[in-house]
Design a protein around this ligand. Structure first.
Ligand code: HEM
Ligand SMILES: CC(C)=CCC/C(C)=C/CC/C(C)=C/COP(=O)(O)OP(=O)(O)O
Length: 306
C-alpha cells in the first residue's frame, strides 16, 4: 500500500507479525552476526554470506515470536509490553507460535544447506537457548536469568564467523564472551528503571530480588570486567591497533557511564537519567565495537596497517 506521504506501508497484520520478531532489538543481533562474518579470516561467497545473515535474522525473529507466545500473559501485565501484538489482541497465540516455529525451523534448515551444519547447529542452539532455556526455564526462576540467558544473544558473531571458517577457534569465542559480559550492564540498567513492571508480574529480575544497590554494584563490576574481554581480540593478535585504541576508548566510556549508576545506592533523580543514558550507550557501544572490528580487519587486509 502506498500512503499519502509516498512511503510503503505494510498491511496491519504483517506489521504485527514483524513486531513479533522484535526487529529493533534484533537489528543489533544481526549486526554482530554480520560483523563476525566480515571479520573472519577467509572468503565466503556473497550469496551464501547474505543467506547466513538472513538466517540469523529470521532465526532470532522466530525465537522472539516464541518468547512472546510463551509470555503473553506476563507481557499483558507490564506497561512496556502490554501493547505487543498478542496481549493487545491483534494476533492470536496459536498463530504466533506457528509463526515462531516456522521461522526457527526454516532458518536452521536453510542455514544448514547454505553454510553447513555446524553453523546451523549453533543457530538451533541459540534459538532453543533464548526461547526455551532463558524464556521458559531461567527467566521466571532466578535473578541470574540474564547472566546465563545472555549467552543466547552472544551466539550470532560466533555463527557468522564459523560460517566462513567452518571451525571453532579462539577469536569467535572471544566475540561470544564480549556480548556475554556486556549483557548484564545492558539489561540491568534498563531493569532499574522498569523495576516496578517486573515486580508486578513476579519476574525475579535482579533489582527486584537483590535490591537496587546490589544491582548497581554488579553493573559496575561487569562493566569493568568487560574492558579486558573487549581488548582481548587485540592482545590475542586477532585485531589490530585501530580496534585496540577504539576498544580502550569505548570501554572507558562504558565504565564512565556505569560509574554514576554503580556508585549510588538509589536513583539520583526520578527520571533515572544516568540509568537511561547507560542503557542507550550500551547499545551504541556494541554497534561501535563490532563495527570497528570490521573496519580494522578491512584496513589490515588492504595493507593500510600492519
Ligand atoms: C538476556 C539478554 C537480554 C535481555 C533480557 C535484554 C532486554 C532488553 C529489553 C527489555 C529491551 C527494551 C526493548 C524492548 O522492550 O524490547 C532491550 C533493548 C534492546 N536490546 Fe536487549 N536484552 C538482552 C540482550 C541483548 C542482546 C544480546 C542484544 C544485541 C546484541 C540486545 C540489543 C538490544 C537493542 C538494540 C535494544 C534497543 C531496542 C530499541 O531501540 O527499541 N539485547 N533489551
Ligand atoms: C540467533 C538468536 C536466537 C538470537 C537471540 C538473541 C537474543 C537472546 C536476544 C535477547 C534479546 C532480547 C529481546 C531480550 C529480551 O528479553 P525478554 O524477552 O526477557 O524481554 P521482555 O521483557 O521485553 O519480554
Amino acid at each position: 500500500m502506498i500512503t499519502a506521504d509516498h512511503s510503503v506501508a505494510l498491511p496491519t497484520e504483517w506489521r504485527d507479525f514483524l513486531a513479533l520478531t522484535k526487529p529493533r532489538v534484533m537489528s543489533l543481533v544481526v549486526f554482530t552476526g554480520l560483523c563476525g562474518l566480515l571479520a573472519a579470516p577467509g572468503h565466503i561467497n556473497p550469496v551464501i554470506g547474505f543467506a547466513v545473515i538472513l538466517c540469523i535474522a529470521v532465526g532470532a525473529g522466530g525465537a522472539a515470536a516464541l518468547n512472546q507466545w510463551y509470555e503473553s500473559e506476563i507481557d499483558a501485565g507490564m506497561k512496556r509490553t502490554a501493547q505487543r501484538p498478542i496481549p493487545a489482541g491483534r494476533i492470536n497465540r496459536t498463530n504466533a507460535r506457528d509463526f515462531g516455529i516456522a521461522l526457527s525451523a526454516g532458518s536452521v534448515m536453510i542455514m544448514g544447506l547454505a553454510a553447513g551444519w555446524l553453523s546451523a547447529a549453533l543457530l538451533a542452539i541459540s534459538i532453543v537457548y533464548y526461547a526455551v532455556v532463558y524464556t521458559i526455564w531461567l527467566k521466571p526462576r532466578t535473578p541470574q536469568n540474564i547472566v546465563v540467558g545472555g549467552g543466547a544473544g552472544a551466539f550470532p558473531p560466533l555463527i557468522g564467523w564459523i560460517a566462513v571458517t567452518q571451525e571453532v577457534t579462539l577469536m569467535p569465542i572471544v566475540l561470544f564472551a564480549i556480548i556475554f559480559m556486556w549483557t548484564p550492564p545492558h539489561f540491568w540498567a534498563l531493569a532499574l528503571f522498569v523495576k516496578t513492571d517486573y515486580a508486578a508480574v513476579g519476574i525475579p529480575m535482579m533489582p527486584v530480588v537483590a535490591g537496587e544497590t546490589s544491582t548497581r554494584r554488579q553493573i559496575l563490576i561487569y562493566a569493568i570486567l568487560l574492558t579486558p574481554v573487549a581488548l582481548a581480540p587485540w592482545f590475542l593478535g586477532g585485531a589490530g591497533v585501530i580496534y585496540g585504541i577504539s576498544a580502550i576508548a569505548l570501554s572507558l566510556a562504558f565504565v564512565g557511564f556505569s560509574l554514576p549508576v554503580g556508585l549510588r545506592t538509589s536513583a539520583v533523580d526520578d527520571a533515572m537519567k544516568p540509568e537511561k543514558r547507560l542503557f542507550a550507550f550500551s547499545i551504541l557501544y556494541l554497534f561501535a565495537l563490532f563495527g570497528v572490528l570490521v573496519v580494522d580487519r578491512f584496513a589490515a587486509n588492504a595493507g593500510w596497517i600492519a
